[in-house]
Design a protein around this ligand. Structure first.
Ligand SMILES: [Fe+2]
Ligand SMILES: [Fe+2]
Length: 132
């Protein structure tokens, strides 16, 4: 069962950003599936790595758009990205060291963060740059 549903309310109206978000939702669901199927630490860790890596790719894509269009709110938006990356890399370090485990509450945190960030910051970004 999907942990997070992709639906039109999450669309920001920019094709690159929407494509990336859809992929991130897919990876969160894959991680949820791997956990609920009881796949091992290594297999779940690989999906987590993919999610972290695509998140960084996506943030870089948005930040490129912000720079190209001199988006005024870029510093605040970039700071939100940087904080999430720091938190997730911290978690991954603990996970790799065996001092943290994947949990439903981590998945809920990621889903809530992504939903809130899309609805607030990414929609504002899409409205502040030319359509693409
Ligand atoms: Fe963003
Ligand atoms: Fe985004």
């Amino acid at each position: 069962m999907a942990m997070m549903e992709w639906n039109d309310s999450l669309k920001v109206g920019h094709s690159i950003i929407d494509r990336d978000h859809q992929k991130l939702v897919g990876l969160i669901n894959e991680l949820g599936d791997a956990m609920s199927a009881g796949r091992g630490r290594q297999a779940c860790g690989e999906v987590l790595d993919e999610l972290v890596s695509y998140t960084q790719t996506h943030f870089a894509n948005e930040e490129r758009l912000m720079a190209a269009h001199r988006y005024a709110d870029a510093p605040r938006h970039r700071a939100e990205h940087a904080k999430l990356v720091r938190d997730v890399l911290d978690f991954k370090e603990k996970y790799n060291a065996g001092t943290a485990t994947l949990s439903v509450s981590l998945l809920h945190f990621l889903m809530a963060w992504l939903t809130h960030h899309i609805l607030e910051s990414d929609k504002a970004l899409a409205h502040g740059i030319p359509p693409g």
